[in-house]
Design a protein around this ligand. Structure first.
Ligand SMILES: Cc1cc2nc3c(=O)[nH]c(=O)nc-3n(C[C@H](O)[C@H](O)[C@H](O)COP(=O)(O)O)c2cc1C
Length: 423
């Protein structure tokens, strides 16, 4: 009976445990979580979503306060075109985030950064360039491009001295998206070093339409592998989405996957950025509590726990402080939905926006409980305490469970000592 540990991921001259903890913004795949995956010989991701807000919280910078001060005059204006990020500050924040993480790196694994194209930041091309360059300058081992087709992203950094040796991967949900990306990267003579194939059961934004349930990760993975073989390309393929046990992972490795990317099981780790109160909501969720909705202003479907505060948004758009989802014209679908409701209910003291959510504000406050489909199985991975809450796990426990489990078994952690017994 094979274990995931019987396989190795070969990237360049590196040999790694073939387990990648995927990027989870905003600071859900926190530095501490990425560092553990790396220490244990796999790959951990930090995310560069809303980095200035993250460094404000972690490292006492004051980017958000300063931005709001600068643009306060525009708060009541629904046109946000004027609210621009300072490219120097974005770079500074990203460098700080990556440097602090890389300085603490231990073990034989790697640390990558997840970079989402959909964060247009009111100037998509230049802000993305600044984010990528800063991450490379600060010594990140790799970049995983996500939430978008990234047709122009590689070209943005083609003159960077690390362009040819930093590891670069792309997340796709179809061979078609991969083909488009490869056509562009071939022109630069710089193919991606790996491809993550994300299926419909993943957390975060999904790369499908509202027909997401018609797709199956095993089939898409096989299609992507066949497409690459037909093109004569030898690029490692890494499936993601709903891989819940080590045995699930082995099934993909036996199909020819180079590694697997997982996330949901790590949302209930101590090292994960979610506050414990929110982690308990993830543990408690049943299958019927999880939905895929279109609340995200990005236009992509997103999976969430239905009861989370982000599903009843009534916040005035906060773009002067945040503004990460503003497109090149200073637009965000939440602003339109908000203005529509305010117009429809001119006398209401508080309007509820039924169809969109202010993702920046809710993510910043850990109020958007995006999750993978199998979140409802998390309760089977831990012990319930006497008060009904669940015991939080260590990232090491979860990582090793993936690495060594057989027969779809999930090893439970050692039981916490009851505080009463410990006295
Ligand atoms: C809470 C959460 C947040 C996520 N955020 C992001 C993100 O910011 N960017 C991204 O590319 N993928 C994101 N994902 C997707 C994961 O990186 C990963 O590919 C996927 O969830 C793996 O499937 P699993 O959760 O079933 O293991 C997120 C997933 C979860 C559970």
């Amino acid at each position: 009976m094979k274990q995931l540990n019987d396989f190795r991921l070969k990237l360049g001259n590196q040999e790694l445990v073939p387990l990648i903890v995927g990027g989870m913004g905003v600071d859900i795949s926190a530095t501490e979580l990425a560092l553990e995956a790396c220490r244990l010989g796999g790959i951990g991701h930090i995310s560069d979503a809303m980095t200035p807000t993250l460094t404000d919280r972690r490292y006492k910078t004051s980017y958000v306060k300063e931005k709001l001060k600068k643009y306060k005059f525009n708060v009541n204006n629904s046109d946000k075109a004027v609210v621009q990020f300072d490219l120097g500050e974005i770079a500074e924040a990203n460098r700080l985030h990556v440097t602090k993480t890389m300085e603490a790196k231990q073990g034989s694994g790697q640390i990558y950064i997840n970079i989402m194209e959909k964060l247009g930041m009111n100037n998509p091309k230049e802000t993305l360039r600044a984010r990528m360059i800063a991450a490379m300058d600060a010594g990140v081992d790799g970049i995983t491009l996500s939430a978008g087709l990234h047709l122009g992203s590689m070209a943005l950094v083609k003159d960077h001295p690390r362009f040819r040796d930093v590891t670069i991967g792309i997340i796709v949900s179809s061979p078609r998206a991969l083909k488009l990306f490869l056509t562009k990267s071939a022109r630069l003579k710089r193919l991606p070093d790996f491809v993550v194939v994300e299926g419909p059961l993943a957390g975060g934004h999904l790369g499908f339409g509202d027909d997401w349930a018609d797709y199956d990760l095993k089939i898409i993975t096989a299609d992507v592998m066949k497409f690459l073989a037909d093109e004569g390309l030898n690029i490692p393929v890494i499936p993601a989405g709903g891989i819940f046990t080590g045995t699930d992972a082995v099934e993909y490795m036996e199909m020819g996957a180079a590694a697997v990317q997982v996330a949901t099981r790590f949302t209930v780790a101590h090292e994960c950025g979610l506050p414990e109160k929110v982690q308990q909501e993830y543990f408690k969720a049943n299958e019927e509590d999880i939905e895929v909705n279109l609340l995200s202003p990005t236009g992509y479907p997103m999976r969430m726990i239905k009861s989370c505060p982000a599903t009843r948004s009534s916040i005035r758009p906060n773009c002067e402080s945040y503004g990460y989802l503003l497109d090149r014209n200073g637009k965000c679908a939440y602003i339109d939905a908000y203005n529509r409701e305010v117009e429809l209910h001119p006398d209401a003291r508080k309007v509820v926006i039924p169809d969109k959510t202010c993702l920046c504000t809710h993510m910043r406050k850990f109020q958007c409980w995006t999750c993978g489909q199998y979140t409802y199985r998390l309760k089977d991975t831990s012990h319930q305490r006497a008060d009904g809450s669940y015991q939080i796990l260590t990232a090491e426990h979860i990582f090793k469970d993936y690495q060594f489990s057989v027969n779809h078994e999930i090893s439970l952690p050692e039981r916490e000592t009851d505080p009463v017994d410990a006295k």
